[in-house]
Design a protein. Structure first.
Lengths: 411, 410
């Protein structure tokens, strides 16, 4: 019955969307790119291991109509191995994907990793490979671009380094312009025996680069020279987070006054004031995302702020025991506009298992939650005045979805 | 007129210095000898800043193998910590790995860069083309592939090897390969993680051999000279001696045998090379240490004489905190068929810590670089016996750690 109803909803929405479409402005139409894991096999202690019987073949693309919430069936945009994180150039012409070699030697978190540049077909959304280069690190888990679109930044989880590669005017990848090896550890013996950069991105003015290191419990701040692509450490060089927290993903607020650091293991959000002239982060709050009555293990994943700057969203992958997963949630927090502090609004179930990634559409009306294990991307409507999420009943099936990016269509 | 004057000078030098060498066929050859150095480090060691050197970069001397004459070294390029050098096959470019003395982190995790220089063929001075990150830390070795289109680097600190493309103008381009090594060895102090220490292509340019001091392995990568990519061979490595610490590697001139010098054990592993399959088979473990030596050994450099008959290797030794030596350069004869080594002699390097040495292209002289005593000593090489005889010629260079030769006045 439920399936029939949701199918009906999709059909009605599709019909409505179809009817409404000619009237809609083209700038509300987006390509939604989905990065996936296509599968792994590795050799450890001379034995082959593997997981994730993924049937994905690469990067998928759907068309999304923000006015109606219409989301088309995903199509293969480019065949590529394990495109686990994606970023889009500021001019929307190019997409960059990091991929992990499934056959490389070594333990699970030390896969040879590559970065590929693709040109985006503005009519179809299909991707055309420009070139591929080594990421200069292993198990590369994050990629972003500087504000000028001249460099890609990569966080290499396995080898504990971050790297910067120049982007040529044709969008293809050029030389390595910066390489920083993190050194250190923190309190968690399972995952924090060595550095694990998990996020890298530029400050709003492009003068600094922030690196979240999950292994060191540090948020590192580098000076960035947009002329040369070189990172150099400033003074002081980092902000610390709660020990054992495992900083995973970071975001600035749209006004560039505050920084929010999500801890993977703690599930806590460190709220910082950002001094844009000095490049410093000062702690102002530690906000909890895990309910007090939750007994289990938590792995928080993604963090993002609504374009209107009023609400913050973060996802939590939770396990109660080895076999019992859940409740996986997406948390909503209200942001104090003056102080930047967070107040919880709600935690709602993500509509699947392991919401490793989600993305708010550029119009700020919808949130797409990518559930890695249940292979579904669930569409939520966002109430821009309360921040609350409500299920639309729409979802698409994508095998092992782990990253979502939007690009305006029909440019 | 100029030629006549040069000849006259040459004749004069020949008469004054080494009269018997005047008729040698290499009489007309002249080389630039480049010396890589450490210009100094500023790092914290047990709470105190450490490091010091008066060197300013890469130095160059002129050298005439016919006479053994070598000019006073001059600064060829000012640059921080040019610890390893490699010459392009066309002899027009020089590539240098440098370690940033101010970078954060422990001793062996210095931010590292590679710089490309063009060589002035008349003065030997170096002109900087560009500098890029090596893609690793404490980069300790670099070499150029046979086509001259790629520079291969071993990053001791961050446990990786990287390859960068060389553009037509000699400058450095994009990274074409990055390989991380994972694991550890038997020695808890130096082998808690992988430490690639050398990378060299095979004679046919189809493979790259990496000595990993941290995991006691020789990695064999397939090298694609069209793309610059490395991919693990099958099997991906051969085991070296446990706790031995393979440091530098050399193929023999015929490309039939490989010789891996182990830093900690001082052993030279002799390996038969199958170029079709990229496979090694162990032939011999040759001992460089005298059986009665008690103390610590750190063997360093290995090279084969141009005539293919003799192998040389250097040994830095310690018997206590301030008790150095006896350091030595070992000479071995090579069995032409079996590739095996037989000890000829171990000679004193006339200084402390012979981290590097190089045999000049004519095979007449060996230059030994003593890192701690800051001197480079010329030895005469007997091409028939392999034996080394110290000459009176010695150059003062602060912290010399690498030597390469480039033909001059082409």
């Amino acid at each position: 019955m439920r399936q029939i109803r949701s199918t009906l909803c999709v059909v009605i929405a599709f019909v409505l969307a179809g009817a409404a479409r000619p009237a809609m402005a083209q700038d509300n139409d987006f390509f939604v790119y989905v990065g996936t894991y296509t599968g792994f096999k590795w050799v450890h202690h001379s034995k082959p291991y593997g997981f994730g019987e993924s049937h994905s073949k690469g990067i998928y693309v759907s068309r999304f109509h923000a006015a109606t919430g219409e989301l088309s069936e995903p199509q293969l945009a480019a065949e590529v191995i394990n495109p686990s994180f994606l970023t889009i150039s500021p001019n929307h012409h190019f997409l960059y994907a990091v991929s992990e070699d499934p056959l490389s030697l070594g333990p699970p978190l030390d896969h040879s990793s590559y970065v590929s540049a693709f040109a985006i077909d503005p009519a179809t959304g299909k991707l055309r490979l420009l070139n591929t280069a080594p990421a200069s690190g292993t198990s590369t888990c994050y990629i972003s671009m500087d504000r000028t679109g001249k460099y890609v930044f990569m966080a290499n989880f396995g080898s504990g380094s971050v790297s910067v590669i120049r982007v040529r005017t044709d969008g293809s990848l050029g030389e390595l312009t910066s390489f920083i090896q993190n050194v250190g550890h923190s309190v968690d013996r399972a995952i924090q025996t060595e550095p694990h950069p998990h996020w890298i991105g530029p400050s709003p003015d492009n003068r600094f680069v922030i690196v979240s290191d999950l292994g060191m419990d540090k948020v590192l701040i580098f000076r960035f020279d947009a002329e040369t692509g070189v990172l150099s450490p400033p003074d002081p060089p980092f902000a610390s987070v709660y020990p054992g927290g495992g900083p995973r993903h970071f975001t600035f607020d749209p006004a560039g006054k505050f920084g929010y650091q999500l801890g993977e293991m703690s599930g806590a959000i460190d709220v910082f004031a950002w001094d844009a002239s000095k490049g410093t982060l000062t702690t102002i709050q530690l906000a909890q995302t895990v309910p007090h009555d939750f007994f289990g293990s938590n792995h928080s994943a993604e963090i993002e702020i609504l374009p209107n700057g009023k609400f913050l969203y973060e996802s939590n992958r939770r396990t109660l025991s080895e076999t019992v997963r859940a409740p996986d949630t997406i948390g909503v927090f209200a942001i104090d506009p003056g102080k930047g502090t967070l107040t919880p609004v709600e935690q709602i179930v993500s509509g699947g298992v392991m919401p490793r990634n989600f993305k708010i559409d550029p119009s700020g009306k919808y949130l797409l939650a990518a559930n890695q294990i249940s292979n579904n991307i669930v569409l939520f409507a966002i109430d821009g005045s309360t921040g609350r999420l409500s299920k639309t009943g729409k979802e698409i099936t994508v095998d092992t979805p782990v990253c979502i990016q939007f690009v305006p269509a029909d440019r | 007129m100029k030629n006549i004057r040069n000849l006259a000078l040459l004749a004069l030098f020949a008469v004054l210095c080494v009269p018997s060498a005047w008729s040698s066929p290499a009489a007309s050859a002249e080389y630039f000898v480049y010396f890589g150095t450490y210009t100094g480090f500023t790092y914290m060691k047990e709470g105190l800043p450490a490091g010091g050197s008066n060197s300013k970069g890469i130095y160059v001397s002129r050298f005439k193998p016919a006479t053994g004459e070598v000019s006073e070294p001059e600064l060829a390029a000012e640059i921080v910590n040019p610890a390893f050098l490699a010459v392009h096959p066309n002899r027009r470019f020089l590539y240098v790995a440098t370690e940033d003395p101010f970078s954060l982190g422990p001793d062996f995790d210095h931010a590292s860069y590679v710089s490309a220089f063009s060589i002035d063929p008349t003065t030997g001075k170096l002109h900087l083309l560009n500098t890029l990150p090596t893609g690793g830390t404490s980069t300790c070795y670099l070499s150029i592939d046979k086509t001259g289109r790629y520079v291969l680097m071993a990053n001791f600190g961050s446990s990786s090897v990287t390859v960068l493309r060389i553009k037509e103008d000699g400058s450095l381009g994009e990274q074409s390969a990055f390989m991380k090594h994972v694991g550890h060895g038997k020695d808890p102090s130096f082998q808690s993680q992988a430490h690639p220490h050398s990378i060299d292509v095979s004679p046919d340019n189809r493979f790259a051999i990496v000595s990993d001091l941290g995991v006691d392995k020789l990695f064999v990568y397939r090298f694609d000279e069209a793309t610059g990519a490395l991919s693990p061979d099958t099997p991906p490595f051969v085991e070296a001696e446990a706790g031995g610490g393979p440091r530098h590697f050399v193929f023999d001139s015929a490309g039939k045998f490989g010789y891996a010098l182990h830093e900690m054990s001082g052993f030279v592993a002799v390996l038969a090379w199958d170029p079709a399959n990229g496979a090694f088979t162990k032939v011999q473990d040759a001992r460089t240490l005298a059986p009665d030596f008690i103390g610590l050994n750190d063997s360093a450099e290995i090279a084969i004489h141009p005539n293919g008959k003799f192998l040389y290797e250097s040994n830095r030794r310690f018997r206590g905190p301030d008790l150095w030596g006896p350091d030595s350069i070992g000479v071995f004869s090579i069995d032409p068929m079996k590739g095996t080594l037989t000890g000829v002699e171990q000679v004193a390097p006339q200084g402390t810590m012979p981290r590097q040495f190089a045999i000049d292209p004519s095979g007449s002289y060996l230059f030994a670089a003593n890192e701690l005593t800051g001197n480079v000593v010329l030895f005469r090489v007997d091409g028939n016996t392999g034996r080394l005889t110290p000459t009176k010629t010695e150059l003062k260079i602060d912290v010399p750690v690498c030597i390469v030769f480039v033909p001059a006045q082409r």
